[in-house]
Design a protein around this ligand. Structure first.
Ligand SMILES: *Cc1c(COP(=O)(O)O)cnc(C)c1O
Length: 214
């Protein structure tokens, strides 16, 4: 099931777009099925669950943290993570940078742009992101800002999703550069639209692993 779902998705997504398999709430046995089918990038959203899964999976897994991260949970996440995609406040960015300095490491991060009319207020505004990326590089010595992440409005109305992705694509075009080259948009329900808006990474859970049981 998982292997064939992955194969089908891969056949529809260009090779140079990274597929992050969002495995939150799914058991390690399911992650291993995906791993055995060649999947190496996985996305998790809860620090405790993430920390429990890491030692149970092969060491060449690339872990993407995609959920809300509180600064008192950094120790559970940062030692093992390839990228934190969900940096949604200056406070968090600075804390990750300080941890990196203290531990001799630069963590790749994406800045999350607040999109949509959603109840959730998670994410930066365009202005805040422009402010951060135009600061001198030395401002955040323990991180490497690699790009933007966004979640479109949760709706069946494709025009609203298009509008959200157009907004983040425009900002990405404005700020992208040599190192700042990643645009993470698109989930199970909207990745085809995200591809049309320049996604370099898609985060797909349900279409690979099936529904989550909360
Ligand atoms: C859960 C989650 C996804 C995956 O959602 P699906 O609809 O299951 O593909 C992608 N991105 C983020 C930030 C998530 O929390």
């Amino acid at each position: 099931m998982i292997a064939s779902a992955l194969q089908s998705i891969r056949s529809q997504i260009p090779q140079d777009v990274e597929i992050v398999a969002v495995s939150k709430f799914h058991p390690v046995s399911s992650l291993m099925e995906a791993y055995q089918a060649g999947q190496r990038s996985f996305g998790e959203s809860r620090p405790q669950e993430f920390a429990a899964k890491v030692p149970q999976m092969p060491s060449d897994v690339r872990w993407h943290f995609i959920g809300h991260l509180q600064t008192n949970k950094l120790k559970l996440v940062l030692p093992y993570v390839t990228m934190v995609q969900s940096v949604d406040s200056l406070h968090l960015l600075e804390a990750i940078s300080r941890w990196g300095q203290a531990n001799g490491r630069r963590t790749d991060v994406l800045l999350e742009l607040h999109l949509g009319a959603e109840e959730t207020k998670q994410g930066f505004s365009e202005e805040e992101i422009l402010d951060i990326v135009t600061r001198p590089e030395a401002s955040f010595p323990g991180v490497r800002i690699r790009g933007l992440m966004g979640m479109a409005t949760n709706t069946d109305d494709e025009s609203l999703i298009e509008a959200d992705f157009a907004r983040i694509q425009a900002l990405f075009k404005q700020i992208s550069g040599a190192c700042l080259d990643q645009l993470s948009i698109g989930m199970s329900g909207d990745w085809p639209i995200a591809l049309r808006h320049g996604a370099t990474m898609v985060r797909i859970g349900t279409s690979i692993f099936g529904p989550r049981e909360y």
